[in-house]
Ligand binder design. Sequence first.
Ligand code: PLP
Length: 417
Amino acid sequence: MPQAYLDYAATAPVRPEARRAMAPLLSEAFGNPSSTHRLGLAARDVLESARECVALLLGASPDEITFTSGGTESINQALKGVALARRGEGHLVTTTVEHPATLETARVLEEWGWRVTYLPVDSDGLVDPDDVRRAITPQTTVVSVMHANNEVGSVQPVAEIARIARDRGALVHVDAVQSAGKLPVRVDDLGADLLSTSSHKLGGPKGVGALYCRSGVTLAPLLHGGGQERGLRSGTENLPGIAGFGAAVEAASRELPAAHARLAELGARLIDGVLYSVDAVRLTGHPVQRLPGFASFGFEGLEGRWLVKELSRVGVSCSTGSACSSETKEPSHVLAAMGLPEEVTRGAARFTMGWATTVEETQFAITAIPRAVERLRARGAAGDDLAAEYAQDCRSARDRAVRGLVAGALSRVLRRS
Ligand code: PLP
């Protein structure tokens, strides 16, 4: 285990409440919620109580919640679902800093004949609501905007954008994958007709999420089959995952006000610590309007991907911008859209906190980051030898992990015999 896990924007450790909720469903309570015998009915109860937990978090009604395989599927289902239900052409307004789940779906809509407007952001990563006003036409079908950005943590003025869109008759989809469980995400306050969430970002298991669809909004399904989830998402439900998601949501909802304050304080401590002890570094994202516990920087004179490796070596887990692009050399589309200079975007790294982050982890990172930056800057931009060195490091870590697994399996076999 790292001494400081600061990559909650990629994924969070699974909460004990989620593990406890999942365990019986992986053993004796294995029923299918569509079966009508006792095991099936018990499974149905689990499914519906998880749905209630998610509905409560979002201020929605349980029949407006559909379980999916995660944020990516929720976003695809929301946007393609609107397009398929309406048939024919439409107009999507979105932003240049969305997650690829939205941007790639937008490209598919373009292939289907839709017009897509990608709104610019300012240097803090925020959309100007006046740009939304100007972009919307009578033909605009849906406005899709993320609540909090996954690379720089900036929180968009979603409620204001939604008011403009809904006044003009457009639907509003909100990608709340990063914000759910960290900020209030009540659908009426945000003005969302559709809203996507994901379990693993808030301490539930991976491979499960939810889509909120306001009652009265019609979506065409992407998956056809047995008609589960009121026909919107066929396929036997991932019940252990859904139960874990429900339990994680319940815990996150209960902790929300206290967790917000705690993470805001830890995040501010990390930001202040880094800005104080490192030269030529810039905080990326909005200085105030940002997710609590989200510290993202551009370190001049180094490459973010090497900083991530160097910090990993000393026990700090973080990432460059997004988990999907952490191995690439390309500047992130988010930082590029914010118009940041190349020397800042090249050295991007993000440190993100969540439900289990401690003061000690934060302090450890505050000490480790300046040292790692100094070491890398002293070596200069020696990309090739750094790559070889870190690859060797990774191989050794993998070898150690494999040896540990083999030793564990052997000792279990020996105990049994
Ligand atoms: N939207 C945002 C803002 C994200 O950060 C992510 C994941 O990183 C997703 C969507 C996709 O979610 P999932 O990993 O559950 O598919």
